[in-house]
Design a protein around this ligand. Structure first.
Ligand SMILES: Cc1cc2nc3c(=O)[nH]c(=O)nc-3n(C[C@H](O)[C@H](O)[C@H](O)COP(=O)(O)O)c2cc1C
Length: 177
């Protein structure tokens, strides 16, 4: 039976909510870890990794985590962001994360909106480089909502099925077997 890890980074809880929905939607042997508490990754067959978009990119601890993933590991990436879901800004960090995980087998990605706290919005509102996405943020106030979380669950099951179809991990296990 496959072992699945859902690892996430979350500052204000949005990405954590999505990670919990993914974890809940999966049955069988699965583990939910914040990235900073993650243990050995060698025994997992599929790893979901979630993060909030920060300054158009991947938060630094997530960048480090992505780079440290075992080669050939099957992964699925998810993110939350303030920008409109169809806007290129909603995708740019996931695209960068895909580049960082070029040594892994990326099975798919999911993203949804996440609210920004009022103090954070006020702090960014006057900064020109953040203006474009902060202009979109007010309509993210109710996200992630029940629809987002249900979609995350569908994504989780789809990734698990795709992982099973794609056979054994091609990676070489470096830890316990
Ligand atoms: C420091 C900071 C930078 C952010 N930068 C962006 C950004 O570039 N683009 C965007 O769409 N959202 C941005 N956001 C919004 C977050 O991605 C969004 O609120 C996310 O859901 C937060 O997730 P969390 O609660 O898991 O930390 C930023 C938020 C913060 C606090």
């Amino acid at each position: 039976m496959s072992k699945i890890l859902v690892a996430y980074f979350s500052r204000t809880g949005n990405t954590k909510m999505v990670a919990e929905s993914i974890h809940q939607a999966l049955d069988g042997d699965r583990t939910l870890w914040p990235i900073d508490k993650a243990g050995s990754l060698d025994d997992f067959d599929l790893i979901f990794i979630g993060f909030p978009v920060q300054s158009h990119s991947v938060p630094y601890p997530v960048e480090q985590f992505l780079k440290s993933l075992p080669a050939g590991m099957k992964i699925a990436l998810f993110s939350t962001h303030g920008a409109f879901p169809q806007h290129p800004m909603a995708q740019e960090a996931l695209e960068y994360a895909a580049v960082l995980t070029g040594h892994c087998r990326l099975l798919g990605t999911f993203h949804c909106r996440g609210k920004l706290s009022l103090p954070a919005l006020e702090a960014f509102a006057h900064s020109p480089e953040h203006q474009e996405w902060t202009n979109m943020v007010p309509s993210a106030a109710s996200h992630p909502d029940t629809h987002d979380l249900a979609e995350a669950g569908i994504f989780a099951r789809h990734m698990k099925a795709r992982s099973a179809e794609s056979g054994e991990p091609s990676r070489i296990k470096t830890g316990r077997s």
